[in-house]
Write a protein that binds this ligand. Structure first.
Ligand code: NJP
Length: 252
């Protein structure tokens, strides 16, 4: 309640569901993504439904340090030091093309968003008050693909990005030992969001094969797990959680 939460990738999917859930808990939200229209609609809806917490939005591309640092600075001035950073912005591009058929543009966009975006946003939030205060939460939406899943065709870069996010999460947690800054990871399996249509483009067959034989999670399922982890008292770290569809073939 009344925690200041900066949430990236808040314009749809898992991010929007986390915004819904945390608004219900009375958080003050700063919603961030590149899509002004979507963010403005979500912020208006949440401000009306939950007037006890504040909800503002800022547009930024997380891979652009100047843009994200400006957002963190202005949000901190307006609302106060960030208590919780949720690094959720992310994307996969180019499937089912195998690695050498991917475009350089797609490779760089994935690396810049998934890896640099997460690190740069974290850097900015730590420097704008959280590190000095020695208390807060860095919450990373990583993926089960970062740990255990062999890459699907065209997913080598995305999977490597997620493995990198996992490595960074663990290393940062070690660096911050001795403070009350928690560094947590939530690893989703397959969740029914726009992510997949973007990932496989118009390859209907791959899309159908990927979803065959199991029911994917809803974004709300991930938001419920995130809310559970975040609601623990700050001296308790639920360090990581895997939330996957029970019957997802690729996770067997
Ligand atoms: O995806 P989607 P999800 N700067 O496409 C934003 C991980 N995950 O909710 O900028 C700032 O509905 C984009 O906003 P916009 C996945 O890797 C998912 O499923 O307005 N924001 C939108 O709000 C990712 O880390 C599954 O276009 C940027 C959001 O990111 C997270 O879950 C499985 C941005 C993406 O919304 C959320 O994905 C898994 C940028 N440069 C992990 N680029 C799954 N869905 O199955 C994108 O294991 N965004």
């Amino acid at each position: 309640r009344n925690k200041n939460v900066l949430l990236t990738g808040a314009s749809m999917g898992i991010g929007e569901a986390i915004a819904d859930s945390l608004a219900k808990e009375g958080a003050n939200l700063i919603l961030v993504s590149r899509s002004e229209d979507k963010l403005s609609n979500i912020a208006a809806r949440l401000s009306k439904a939950h007037p006890d917490g504040r909800c503002v939005y800022r547009t930024a591309d997380v891979s652009d340090y100047e843009s994200i640092d400006k957002v963190v600075k202005s949000a901190t001035e307006e609302i106060g030091t960030i208590d919780i950073l949720i690094n959720n912005a992310g994307l996969a591009l180019g499937a089912p093309n195998a690695f050498p058929e991917l475009s350089i543009k797609d490779i760089l966009t994935m690396n810049n968003t998934n890896v640099n975006g997460l690190m740069l946003t974290t850097y900015s939030v730590l420097r704008h008050g959280m590190r000095k205060r020695g208390e807060g939460t860095i919450f990373n939406i990583t993926s089960v693909t970062g740990l255990e899943i062999p890459p699907f065709p065209g997913e080598a870069v995305y999977h490597a990005n997620k493995a990198c996010q996992e490595g960074f999460t663990n290393a940062l947690r070690s660096e911050l030992v001795g403070t009350n800054i928690r560094v947590l990871a939530l690893r989703p399996g397959c969740v029914a969001t726009n992510f997949h249509s973007q990932r496989v483009g118009h390859d209907k067959q791959m899309y159908e094969e990927f979803f065959a034989g199991y029911t994917p999670l809803e974004a709300k399922d991930i938001a419920d797990a995130a809310t559970y982890m975040l609601k623990q008292p700050v001296h308790i770290s639920v360090k990581a959680m895997d939330v996957v569809p029970t019957a997802q073939r690729s996770l067997a």
